[in-house]
Design a protein around this ligand. Structure first.
Ligand code: TXA
Ligand code: MG
Length: 387
């Protein structure tokens, strides 16, 4: 294992990390995850966290901090990232500590041009340039065999590296100013919903990092599609760029097993992040797949205290409980944009039980399904179609 924190004397962070590693793989471990996340959120504050605009002056200061080995939260078009220089092992290791991230979960490396990728990988095949032409800058991450420049901290001991060119102009400018690739996972404590505004990051990491660059609300709202190009092209994490869109460019693309199914305890998965419980609000979430009538009937027949519906505009009429809407039922992209904000809002409202609705789990719905399925701890109920 590349992450060497275990060899250091135990401290609060490494103990917390152990709890997270253990509990993330336990379906029933929700209360302990909550406890661990709370303890991350309540750790002593080391910094006075500054919020800066994503203008030239703000980005220059963020670049200076990253160059001096600090961690800074940055906007991207998908979700906010917690950044470090990809060439600074100490700063990269600190990302795992700040997030309480299991050491077996590698980081994505962000670059601003294709030419920056060459030194980071063993080789680039023609699929990379084809995909880059269609989807970069944008929410697509490619996994390739790594070169010796990528440390075991970044790759979590794997022989591969995940790389993307993000579409947010501020992120691209920041990388240009830094002149080094930026490693950045989502800027949330592990297990929490990913942040899609600078304020979300502030709620989670205030006092733990010196700076947050405010680049506005994320326009995509769910994390990038992760595609492995080691051998056959395989989707490790679904996102805005769908299987259909990818296969139009490079031919057949398959879905890794862990995308749809709950990994068994101890099972090796292609993308370690898939094995971990995610995005969970404090409430118990059940994901109901089916049409509007079947969804309403299920809620009516299975009443719960302090319950909320996480639903679509079309469901609102006929609901007898409070709700938060993901938008129009024909618009999965809008639902993706809203999802993580709404999961946070459910916590603020004190929801104890959430009936989440999804009409379908295929095609453009897959990314949303995948996030909700994890928020629901894989408790998905397929409803019969009703008129
Ligand atoms: O949109 C995004 O991808 C955002 C923004 C900040 O760019 N980043 C993000 O990072 O979502 P993170 O760390 O939250 O998720 C990275 C995912 C994890 O599921 C991880 O296991 C997978 O990518 N991953 C990273 N490196 C990998 C590798 N070498 N092989 C397989 N999976 C990898
Ligand atoms: Mg994440």
């Amino acid at each position: 294992m590349g992450f060497k924190a275990a060899s250091k004397p135990p401290n609060a962070d490494s103990i917390l990390l152990k709890i997270m590693q253990y509990e993330n793989n336990e379906k029933q471990g929700v209360p302990m995850i909550k406890d661990a996340v709370d303890r991350i959120l309540n750790r002593p504050k080391k910094y006075k966290t500054e919020m800066v605009s994503a203008d030239e002056a703000g980005l220059a200061r963020a670049a200076a901090l990253l160059t001096s080995g600090e961690n800074v939260a940055i906007p991207t078009e998908t979700v906010y990232g917690l950044a470090a220089s990809a060439f600074d092992e100490t700063a990269a290791r600190r990302i795992f500590e700040i997030k309480g991230r299991p050491g077996d979960n590698p980081l994505i490396v962000h670059v601003s041009s294709l030419s920056m990728i060459w030194p980071l990988v063993e080789k680039m095949d023609e699929r990379v340039s084809l995909l880059a032409k269609h989807f970069w800058p944008g929410p697509l991450t490619l996994v390739m065999k790594k070169s010796a420049l990528i440390s075991d901290v970044i790759s979590a001991g794997l022989d591969t590296v995940a790389i993307r060119i993000p579409a947010h102009p501020a992120t691209l400018r920041l990388i240009e100013l830094c002149k080094f690739p930026i490693a950045a996972p989502s800027a949330n404590p592990s297990g929490r919903p990913s942040p899609t505004t600078a304020f979300h990051v502030y709620e989670d990491l205030n006092g733990r990092i010196p700076m947050i660059v405010d680049g506005g609300s994320c326009t995509v709202g769910v994390e990038s599609t992760v595609l492995s190009l080691v051998g056959e092209a395989t989707i490790l994490r679904p996102g805005r760029i769908t299987e259909a869109a990818l296969s139009r460019v490079i031919g057949p693309v398959s879905l890794a097993k862990g995308v749809m199914e709950e990994p068994q305890k101890g099972e090796k998965v292609a993308s370690p992040g898939m094995a971990h419980r995610h995005y969970a609000p404090n409430a118990k979430v059940v994901l109901l797949e089916g049409n509007h009538a079947a969804y309403l009937r299920y809620i009516a027949e299975h009443p719960q205290e302090d319950s909320y519906a996480l639903c679509f505009n079309e469901d609102i009429e006929g609901l007898k409980i409070p709700y938060l809407s993901l938008g129009d039922i024909k618009d999965p992209e809008e639902a993706e944009r809203r999802l993580f904000s709404l999961l946070r809002e459910l916590d603020e409202l004190g929801a104890k039980f959430v009936y989440a609705h999804i009409p379908d789990h295929t095609g453009r719905w897959l990314a949303l399904f995948n996030r909700l399925q994890r928020a629901a701890g894989f408790e998905v109920i397929r409803l019969e179609r009703e008129k």
